[in-house]
Design a protein around this ligand. Structure first.
Ligand code: HXC
Length: 259
């Protein structure tokens, strides 16, 4: 495991990707690379059924490491600056349900990291934002794109142009986070939810792919993608288990095997 990014998986198939780079979990280039490695591991490991992204109890992440970026010139960033976005793409494409558990600040690249997840659970002391404009740059790891797709053009423009932060309640109101909990319970609640998804069928992969890839297509193409993925569910053991269980015992009792 990396120096700043670790992955641990519990007996229910829930992996926690833990970011730990005191004091602010600033994302330096080593973290970018470790996040990419973790994404590959979480994608490939069949023992992992769902993922929680967590920065620990104090802060999610204060964004890219400004002290490292300060010394970088155009050529350096042009050559290597895409690495963070690539790592975040790999996280967003993990074919399992992912939940970001956000304590404290999630700013800049930290907010963008949370945006790679399917869901964001925030502590009531969380603060989220894209303050890059205050540094003379723009979000560079999905903040102009994933954020806009999530909260809409107007809210995204307010956040990106103004560089301000929203608290957990406002983030909830604009759809930037999905649930708000007390700071001491947000991680546990994310793990609990992730356990339910980890016990779900292989079809969850199809559902994620259909929604995430379908939204980038025109409706007709997206509906055909949905049909293909719906049909693909018939190649899984869980489709058989789910329907047999319903016929024998009624709804909601199937014990899926994630295959
Ligand atoms: C490097 C950082 C940092 C960061 C904080 N620190 N954020 N170092 N990169 N992103 C450092 C501070 O310089 C300080 O170091 C120490 O951490 C503690 O921070 P304080 O500011 O003293 O703490 P506090 O007053 O509690 O304020 C916390 C904060 C603030 C609100 C999170 O630090 C802040 O605004 N940070 C910057 C947030 C930001 O602009 N993020 C966007 C980055 S650009 P010392 O040495 O003084 O103790 C980005 C682009 C992504 O993310 C795309 C790239 C491709």
């Amino acid at each position: 495991m990396g120096e700043f990014v670790s992955v641990s998986t519990d007996e229910h198939g829930v992996a926690t990707l833990r970011l730990d780079r005191a004091p602010m979990n600033a994302l330096n280039s080593q973290v970018w690379s470790e996040l990419g490695d973790a994404a590959a591991q979480l994608t490939d490991d069949d023992a992992v059924g769902a993922v929680v992204l967590w920065g620990g109890p104090k802060i999610f992440a204060a964004g890219a490491d400004i002290k490292q970026m300060q010394g970088m010139d155009f050529q350096e960033f042009f050559a290597h600056g895409g690495a963070l976005q690539q790592a975040f793409d790999a996280l967003a494409r993990i074919p399992k349900v992912t939940i970001a558990a956000v304590n404290g600040y999630a700013l800049g690249g930290g907010c963008e990291l949370a945006l790679t997840a399917d869901f964001r659970y925030a502590a009531d002391n969380a603060k989220l934002g894209q303050p890059e404009i205050l540094l003379g740059v723009i979000p560079g790891a999905g903040g102009t794109q994933r954020l806009t797709r999530l909260v809409g053009v107007q809210r995204a423009k307010e956040l990106v142009y103004g560089g301000g932060m929203v608290d957990a309640q406002e983030a909830l109101a604009i759809g930037l986070v999905d649930r708000v909990f007390g700071p001491d319970e947000v991680y546990e609640r994310a793990v609990e939810a992730a356990r339910r998804y980890a016990a779900g069928p292989y079809a969850l992969r199809m559902a994620k792919k259909a929604i995430d890839e379908g939204r980038e297509l025109d409706l007709d193409s997206a509906l055909r993608l949905e049909t293909t993925l719906f049909t693909a569910c018939f190649a899984t053991e869980d489709r058989r288990i789910g329907m047999d269980s319903f016929v024998a015992n009624g709804p909601g009792k199937a014990a899926f095997v994630r295959r």
